[in-house]
Design a protein around this ligand. Sequence first.
Ligand SMILES: Cc1cc2nc3c(=O)[nH]c(=O)nc-3n(C[C@H](O)[C@H](O)[C@H](O)COP(=O)(O)OP(=O)(O)OC[C@H]3O[C@@H](n4cnc5c(N)ncnc54)[C@H](O)[C@@H]3O)c2cc1C
Length: 596
Amino acid sequence: MSTYTAPLADMRFALYDFLGAEALYARLPGCESATRDVIDAVLDEAAKLCGQALAPLNAVGDQEGCRYDKATASVATPTGFKQAYDQFVEGGWSGLTAPAEFGGQGLPESMGALVKEMIDSANLAWGTYPLLSHGATEALKQHGEKWQQDAFLKPIVEGRWTGTMCLTEPHCGTDLGLLKTRAEPAGDGVYRISGTKIFITAGEHDFTQNIVHLVLARLPDAPAGTKGISLFVVPKFKVARDGTMGARNALACGAIEHKMGIKGSATCVMNFDGAEGYLLGQPHRGLAAMFTMMNTARLAVGLQGQALIERAYQNALAYARERLQMRALSGAKFPDKPADPLIVHPDVRRMLLTQKAFSEGGRALGVYAYALVDIQHHGADEAERKRADELVSFLTPIVKGVLTEAAVECTNHALQIYGGHGYIAENGMEQFARDARITTIYEGTTQIQALDLLGRKVMQQQGVGLRHFMEEISAFCQAHARNDALVEFIGPLAVATKELGDLTMALGKRAIADPEEVGAAAVDYLFYSGYVALAYVWAKSVAAADASAHDADFKAAKRHTARFYFARILPRTRAHRAAIEAGADSLLAMPDALFG
Ligand SMILES: Cc1cc2nc3c(=O)[nH]c(=O)nc-3n(C[C@H](O)[C@H](O)[C@H](O)COP(=O)(O)OP(=O)(O)OC[C@H]3O[C@@H](n4cnc5c(N)ncnc54)[C@H](O)[C@@H]3O)c2cc1C
């Protein structure tokens, strides 16, 4: 069985030393209550909840999965999941970062991100239930009418109800323009929603009495394509304007999926048969409103990837210290033992360091992205809020795409370190590899993150977020130009950042001549940008560690890991650059018929 201990020391480092959270929260109106005492207490308590209540249920959820009862169209979650949810709600965790006016604690998102990491490390499948409530809260807060906010937000924030996100239909996944679910006006602001949604996370479960579905559907006069999509609030039990819960709505779970991983998470087919719904935001502007929810969820899925890397790494490291196999090539390191532990072998160290670099680097990157969300919400002046918005919108596909792909890589490294003992179920490593796989698919596949980054955020928006990002790195490099302790990182970081700018310019020109160049380059561009972003957070982590009160071992570990990152991971950009420069020809030249 795998174990989990929240990495509190590195979490505190990411927040206090890397981000400078105390000064940031003190100057952001509405975040002042997040003082160090408060944060430390929250992190300590979250570590207990996750370690004691959620982590032991991780294997249980995987073995049992969810059970669907056709007669009642109900879903039973794995043993212990509901009790853990009750504990979560009683502890006030569901409203940790939600606005105080709706019953939340209003704490900063960048601090909440660390609590989320602990939940996902402890039990990713369980974490999917509260995950979408967070996004639903954001969508209702930003787009809901007053009565909708009053009726729905408080119970969701208090954890008495949960939220879902209903986009996908059998014929329509990535291409939402194809969606067919209908919404007929029925008077008094009520709409009748009819259609089938598939793959709906937490569409049905036994945690709460009511479930609030946010459903994309078309009004009768809707234009074709994505411009004709509206968003509706469709609760399992109807809700009156005064917030009282009424009769059962005309919707039901028709089945649950059997799948590769996150088996404790209910993935539901949801049938809407003229269900009562209420328009959220403007007619035909549903996709924009849903994007509020999706952006929050995309960052959160990036964190799911990082959280899995962390837990897999913890276990792989412990195993690599204990398991004795072969001798070091340079001679016995532990002559008193029958063989050396795995950790002496260079290639095992490569896999361990890759996990450590992505976990700690990913944590810092996540905290940084969520701090931009805090500034976006609470920044004192408009210019600062706008910059944070543009920068986080550039970073979101990077966090989502790169940390989830890294999770697939790193959970497989953990499995590999266990050898055959990783492939069998008993040690829990193969579960992490299976669980990680979905993170590169839902909330927009890696390819869709890549197109969002290169096509929308860089090309369509004239690279405004990229410019902020490059300016920030450049300012960091200049500030440390004379810092001998950082010189080994600053040079390569500056080179890679300049190269990112040059690649972008060259791509922009090629894309004008042939739009297929964007699709051909996008995934390599996503990785390129991600490796530069991680190089920046690693260089900044070394500077932050050096300046901190942490002990010499902590500082040395940061420096060694950064050296590994710069020597062995950042150079991956060279292959991505070559692929980008190769252009679309080698992908498109072969006629479809010749594929075989
Ligand atoms: C466990 C699970 C939970 C989920 N939870 C939810 C949920 O809560 N709510 C919800 O609405 N949906 C949910 N989904 C659906 C998920 O978001 C979709 O599966 C995903 O968006 C991809 O859609 P698709 O599966 O139809 O693949 P398709 O859209 O058919 O795509 C197939 C492949 O083609 C690629 N592709 C498509 N278009 C392009 C393009 N233009 N350029 C390059 N590549 C392209 C895709 O990247 C993908 O690799 C969930 C799915 C799963 C499996």
